[in-house]
Design a protein around this ligand. Structure first.
Ligand code: ADP
Length: 279
């Protein structure tokens, strides 16, 4: 956008002052288009279960009024649809809360290995019920990062949940942690990797997986109870934590979701009793 503004004559020479301005609207337009898309997608996602609910209510009030078996079956489906709407609204709220705080870096150190262990311990029985062997591989040492416990726990949970949903039942899902030494002035990092041996993801989808509502197979995601927001929540949480998500996947081999976060190192405190310490 280019424009001109006529400013009051402050120099007193009688000549008007003209200020020309240039503004790059490409980024603003792109963000606006994303916002419009998001509202359209969210409305569509909410309307689908809502239409199903209305349809069943009408059938129960009309043709199926006295059919006890149909009533039981329809109520079951209605419950599933209502649960789907609840999950979607919960995820939308989480995403907007995280985005609001995206530029506020966390200040408290937490142990990522401990958070991962607690989560895996909790999930193992559920995984077993779904025929998945969930394992953790982590050295017996703390892995400190600056972070929000609940938010990081949610990141790991989303990745485990996806590995179980799309990694195929009967498989092994591994959560592995390690310290990565920093290179070229970058700090040491903590890496958490969630790996499955599922069908994998075709390369053309990889760059878009963290977009809101982007799914490789919409029907399969819906059937698994997915909202299409899980990886967007992961990405925005990691932005806040100065972390990164890298997705590695090969068709027929499996998928590995890799999270890296800067390792937390406490500032060395000068010991006043230490004669070597500079004053
Ligand atoms: P959803 O609620 O659909 O699971 P996500 O944002 O968590 O949404 O994931 C987006 C899409 O990425 C999924 O619909 C699925 O197609 C794909 N995906 C995520 N994790 C995996 C995985 N471990 N293996 C294969 N595909 C995956």
């Amino acid at each position: 956008q280019i424009g001109a503004l006529r400013m009051p004559d402050t120099a007193g020479g009688g000549e008007p002052n003209i200020v020309l301005y240039f503004r790059d609207l490409t980024e603003a337009r792109r963000l606006e288009a994303m916002r419009v898309d998001f509202v359209a997608n969210a409305s569509h996602e909410l309307r689908t279960p809502l239409s199903a609910l209305l349809g069943f209510i009408e059938t129960l009030q009309g043709p199926a009024r006295d059919d006890v078996r149909a009533r039981e079956q329809f109520l079951g489906i209605m419950r599933t649809q209502a649960q789907r709407m609840t999950r979607l609204i919960d995820d939308l709220l989480s995403l907007s809360r995280i985005e609001l705080r995206e530029h506020v870096a966390p200040t408290r150190p937490v142990d990522l290995a401990r958070i991962a262990r607690q989560l895996v311990d909790m999930q193992v029985p559920l995984a077993r019920e779904r025929g998945v062997d969930l394992r953790i591989e982590a050295p017996d040492a703390p892995m400190p990062v600056l972070g929000e416990r609940d938010e990081l726990s949610r990141v790991i949970e989303n990745l485990i949940e996806n590995a179980m949903k799309y990694g195929g039942s009967g498989g092994v899902v591994t959560v592995a942690l390690q310290r990565l030494p920093g290179t070229e002035g970058r700090p040491d990092r903590i890496e958490l990797r969630v790996t499955d041996a599922g069908p994998g993801i075709a390369p053309e989808h990889l760059p878009r997986l963290t977009e809101r509502f982007y799914r490789v197979d919409v029907a399969s995601s819906r059937q698994q109870g997915g909202t299409g927001l899980g990886l967007a929540i992961v990405k925005h949480t990691l932005n806040r934590h100065r972390g990164r998500l890298t997705i590695e996947s090969a068709l027929g081999v499996g998928t590995s979701m890799r999270v890296t976060l800067p390792e937390y190192r406490p500032e060395p405190v000068e010991d006043p009793a230490d004669p070597l310490a500079e004053r």
